[in-house]
Design a protein around this ligand. Structure first.
Ligand code: ACO
Length: 460
């Protein structure tokens, strides 16, 4: 390896090697440094490629591109391993609680009892919303999708906490991080209550994060509310299972938005927008809709066939993952939780039986086996939330509440990374080459009846 390449390769935990890339048009070669993180795949460090050669790489959807370094989460998609700061998701879901997992993700290690107490307390003291924000919230239509409300209200937090905010100051970053984690359950519960025409509930500091969330969502202000510990535990697990998942679409969106130095609340709002889509966090809502559409086990084969038909847009929602090419380890825990919740609530949900049968058939089907499509976390989370009484539109809100700590931990990590630059991908340009402007009177005529659709890729 050349001295120059060695100097370039300053990624930590390096097990260095090099790659020689040959341009078969010119015969020229260039040596690029290789690197490996603490665990995982080898990488080619192409940062100097463009500067040295004028060459770009083409990678839509970033299927082969690491856009940043991170210490937070490790995934081995082939073996179904998910570690947060080195701890397996299975151990965290079974032995930790959400507040502790938040601390771990944000600060890198499990807290001591004193650190845990201080963290819990600080979060509890930021749960309330500014009264003015509730007025803003009341401007939405009652029928608005709660994710639309989440995008708007979390984005609006930036209007409350912007002028005095200095994101280069660690104390201010901490305050923003704790505030947003603390306020998400309140905002989520308000979005839910608003759609029902019920008064906004007050958070209660004597309760744990998940108990408070459960109570704000379901307590009737005219009645006493008794916290069911099994349901509070299920909520806590659900939040842990959604807390982080390295560079997924929404987290990458938060990083990209944050890379320009934008306000952190606005960055988290951009993550919520990205999460909403059915290919990402919106899949839990889509799973329930799909199960309703399938209706009964006798229709499963028909839908399995539809999912395999390249001319049919239907996909088996809750199946497949960009990274996992085996069982999503979160889905395994969620499956267990799902049974606990249904047992405690005494719910005999035919959708669960349908989901089990669908899972069984899909896992034995050659198409799903060949493409390594396994159930993901969203496959079971919707059934749990539905049994608890959440409407489908609230599923992704719960995901967003859990994922907020992941987004904000990555935002924090990115700001501390001195190699991080503003995100600015390049492109493969396929448009017209330079041409001369033609005045409108010399452009000929079109049939007015053709409308707009053909301009958007529809039929002429
Ligand atoms: N049903 C049927 N076929 C599928 C499915 C599915 N759920 N998922 C992938 N495939 C097929 C694709 O058609 C494609 O086939 P091809 O090779 O013949 O073109 C192949 O499997 C690979 O799929 P891609 O879409 O290229 O894989 P990618 O990694 O880009 O997509 C994704 C991953 C978006 C999650 C996809 O599997 C999907 O749409 N799943 C359903 C939605 C879902 O459950 N999303 C939640 C993800 S988890 C989360 O966000 C928490």
């Amino acid at each position: 390896m050349s001295k120059e390449n060695k100097e370039e390769n300053n990624v930590k935990n390096i097990d260095t090697d090099t790659f020689t890339i040959t341009d078969n048009k010119t015969g020229e070669t260039i040596v690029m440094p290789g690197t490996t993180g603490a665990m995982g795949n080898r990488l080619i460090d192409i940062r100097s490629l463009f500067g040295k050669t004028g060459l770009l790489t083409y990678d839509p959807g970033f299927t082969s591109t690491a856009a940043c370094k991170s210490d937070i989460t490790y995934i081995d998609g082939n073996q179904g391993i998910l570690l947060h700061r080195g701890y397996s998701i299975d151990e965290l879901a079974n032995q930790s609680d959400y507040m502790e997992t938040c601390y771990l993700l944000l600060y890198g290690d499990l807290p001591t009892p004193e650190q845990k107490e201080a963290f819990d307390n600080d979060i509890k003291h930021h749960t309330m919303l500014h009264e003015q924000l509730t007025k803003f919230l009341s401007g939405f239509m009652r029928s608005a999708h709660p994710m639309a409300i989440m995008v708007g209200v979390v984005g609006a937090l930036s209007a409350f906490y912007h002028d005095k905010m200095d994101i280069t100051d660690n104390d201010e970053r901490r305050l923003a991080a704790h505030r947003i984690i603390a306020k998400m359950p309140t905002i989520g519960a308000y979005a839910f209550k608003y759609s029902l025409g019920l008064p906004f509930p007050m958070p209660q500091n004597s309760l744990s994060y998940s108990e408070n969330l459960l109570k704000m969502m379901f307590a009737n202000p005219a009645e006493d509310y008794e916290i069911n510990p099994v349901l509070a535990k299920a909520i806590d697990r659900l939040l842990i299972l959604h807390a982080d998942h390295e560079q997924n679409a929404s987290t990458s969106t938060v990083r990209l938005a944050g890379s320009s130095g934008a306000n952190p609340y606005a960055c988290v709002a951009s993550g919520i927008a990205s999460l909403w889509g059915p290919a990402h966090g919106g899949a839990n809502e889509a799973v329930l809709k799909m199960l309703e559409e399938i209706g009964s086990a006798k229709n499963i084969q028909k839908y399995i066939k539809k999912a395999q038909d390249p001319d049919d847009k239907f996909r088996l929602m809750g199946f497949g993952h960009r990274v996992y090419k085996s069982y999503d380890p979160r889905a395994a825990v969620m499956r267990e939780s799902c049974h606990d919740v249904l047992r405690v609530l005494g719910v005999n949900d035919p959708k669960l039986e349908l989901a089990m049968e669908l899972e069984r058939i899909a896992l034995e089907d050659p198409y799903f086996i060949e493409k390594k499509l396994y159930p993901n976390v969203d496959f079971y989370s919707g059934i749990i939330m539905s049994a608890m009484g959440f409407p489908t539109s609230m599923f992704t809100v719960m995901f967003a509440i859990g994922r907020t700590v992941g987004w904000i931990s990555h935002w924090k990590e990115m700001l501390n990374d001195n190699e991080q630059k503003i995100g600015r991908p390049r492109q493969l340009y396929l448009g017209e080459q330079q041409r001369s402007y033609i005045p409108i009177e010399r452009r000929g005529h079109t049939d007015r009846r053709t409308g707009w659709s053909w301009l958007w890729g529809g039929k002429k």
